[in-house]
Design a protein around this ligand. Structure first.
Ligand SMILES: C=C(O[C@@H]1C=C(C(=O)O)C=C[C@H]1O)C(=O)O
Length: 104
């Protein structure tokens, strides 16, 4: 990942500073999503059965870990849980598409 240039939040003095920080952070998050979706393509390649794509037990554990991590950092747990629910559902949909695509 490229190095971050924007001011840290506590050093921001203007909305220009804030928005530069938000935009830079968003680009970094999307780069991490690119990596995470790459693991979904790997899972689609590795899982032998289509039935294994959706794993509810793993989904619950991934979301609980994100929530616990967020709360330990002083972030709102419910917000992070909701984001992760959407992220994992989107990941599962992506993994299904990929599973079908490589076996067609
Ligand atoms: C990548 C996996 O496939 C799915 C995607 C998950 C995720 O986005 O974290 C979690 C559970 C699975 O339903 C997996 O089984 O670990």
């Amino acid at each position: 990942m490229t190095e971050l240039q924007a001011k840290i939040p506590d050093d921001c003095q203007t909305m220009r500073d804030v928005r530069a920080g938000v935009d830079e952070t968003d680009r970094a998050l999307v780069a991490l999503l690119e990596r995470r979706f790459g693991y979904m393509r790997a899972a689609a390649r590795i899982k032998p059965s289509r039935d294994a794509v959706r794993d509810e037990e793993r989904k619950a554990s991934v979301i609980a870990a994100a929530r616990a991590d967020a709360e330990a950092r002083g972030l709102p747990g419910q917000v992070v849980e909701d984001i992760w629910d959407r992220l994992v559902e989107g990941s599962i949909a992506y993994e299904f598409k990929e599973w079908d695509r490589i076996r067609d």
